[in-house]
Ligand binder design. Structure first.
Ligand SMILES: *Cc1c(COP(=O)(O)O)cnc(C)c1O
Length: 415
């Protein structure tokens, strides 16, 4: 028998996080993570921090929903909680226009499947009560599509991604909310990639009763800390009436640790699970940062910097098919078409963390989460341009960098 060798200390390199997410965790967030004491999950400072996080989250989401808090984990943890109200046999219509809404649809089919349907294909159940409306990659879900499907199926729940990160498309949240109200469906929204990036207030969409996001995209907190969620009183009443087969991800039970008991705010929370002082401290700082800068201001900043990146890659001959403001999804120009994966792998090998699409067709995704400075955009453009040049693309980098000068200093350029 060979003796077990303990590995060396793990070293993880610094990368330029220029993909769909995780974004660049803010230095302020990392500093608070490292500065937190080892206080336990019932320490008054931790409980107070959680209450303040809950209050800040209501500001960030733009809501008066009492049931607004963070679910320990990642985006899927928040989404799993949001879908807990879906029970076997429930009628659901869900719209899928990319990788993530496709997984949301799988999650919904798993929850709505009958016992027989689950046993027949447990990892990919075909639930007869769930209608998945497939929208082609690269297209947005429109209000008309939602209206038509809800009129036809009259489901208990309707679900959609707000911004589909797989294809970089913004879906019509207003049309979705209107159709849900009109047809009496409870709307559920995957807002994993829009919260903290787009300028929206969830209370403006009364047809939507459940919302779920993540820590590491627009909120620029550490991954695996807290996924923001928000539920209307109607959602909570329905959940209470019908139940949900989970302790861990039960919205009413998990909310207790955040100081929400019997539908009301209380001074401090009661035990649900062992929260981490580090996680609370860092998440708290991420929310402070978002509110200090302002949701509207951050959204405007994303628009401004994304426009610069989009123009630069267009000058390289790339065809941009996305309309999100934190992410550019593109096809390489004709002579490089089909070599998207090769380019992404070469970039990633140099710790330039761009991404391919995860479902067909293969495209390149370049993100700017928390990269909201001219210097950061210039570095992304230079590194992407270098990758294209290395593959033989004929691009005029000086002209492209000059166009960035014009974008960032229009007054100077006009002189
Ligand atoms: C990133 C993402 C997810 C998954 O989030 P995790 O934090 O990886 O669990 C789900 N939905 C959308 C729209 C996303 O962008």
């Amino acid at each position: 028998m060979t003796e077990f060798q303990i590995p060396e200390t793990l070293e993880i390199p610094h990368t330029l996080a220029a993909g769909p997410g995780p974004g660049n965790t803010d230095a302020r967030v990392l500093a608070r993570f490292a500065a937190s004491g080892v206080a336990d999950h019932m320490h008054p400072a931790v409980l107070q921090g959680m209450v303040e996080c809950k209050e800040m989250l209501r500001e960030v989401w733009g809501t008066k929903n009492t049931y607004t808090f963070g679910v320990a984990g990642t985006g899927w943890s928040g989404l799993d909680m949001m879908f807990t109200a879906v029970l076997p046999g429930d009628k659901v219509v869900i719209f899928a226009n990319g990788t993530f809404s496709g997984i949301d649809a799988l999650s919904v089919r798993m929850k709505a499947a009958t016992r027989e349907e689950l046993a027949a294909d447990s990892l990919n159940p075909q639930a007869a009560s769930v209608t998945v409306i497939e929208v082609p990659h690269g297209q947005s879900v429109t209000g008309d599509m939602v209206e038509k499907a809800l009129a036809e199926h009259k489901p208990r729940f309707a679900a959609m991604a707000h911004w589909e990160t797989g294809s970089g498309r913004v879906n019509d949240i207003q049309g979705f909310s209107d159709a849900c109200e009109k047809h009496g469906a409870m709307g559920l929204i995957d807002a994993v990639s829009s919260l903290g990036v787009g300028d929206f207030r969830i209370d403006d969409y009364p047809g939507v009763h459940g919302w779920a996001s993540c820590p590491q995209k627009g909120i620029c907190a550490l991954p695996l800390t807290y996924a923001p969620v928000s539920f209307t009183d109607h959602y909570i009443a329905e959940l209470k009436a019908h139940g949900a087969p989970t302790f861990c991800h039960h919205p009413i039970l998990e909310a207790r640790h955040w100081g929400i008991i019997d539908g009301k705010d209380v001074e401090k929370g009661t035990y649900h699970r062992t929260h981490s002082a580090y996680a609370v401290c860092s998440f708290h700082e991420a929310l402070r940062l978002t509110l200090q800068e302002g949701v509207a201001q951050r959204a405007a900043s994303y628009e401004y910097h994304e426009a610069a990146l989009k123009q630069a890659v267009a000058m390289m001959g790339c065809d941009v098919t996305s309309n999100m403001t934190s992410l550019v999804v593109l096809n390489l120009p004709g002579d490089l078409a089909g070599r998207e994966m090769e380019l992404v792998q070469s970039a990633r090998a140099k710790n330039f963390g761009i991404w391919p699409t995860l479902s067909e067709p293969v495209q390149v995704r370049i993100g700017i989460l928390n990269q909201l400075t001219e210097a950061a955009i210039r570095e992304i453009v230079e590194r992407f341009g270098a990758e294209m040049a290395a593959m033989g693309a004929d691009i005029d980098m000086p002209a492209i960098m000059a166009s960035l000068d014009d974008h960032y200093r229009p007054a100077v350029a006009a002189e």
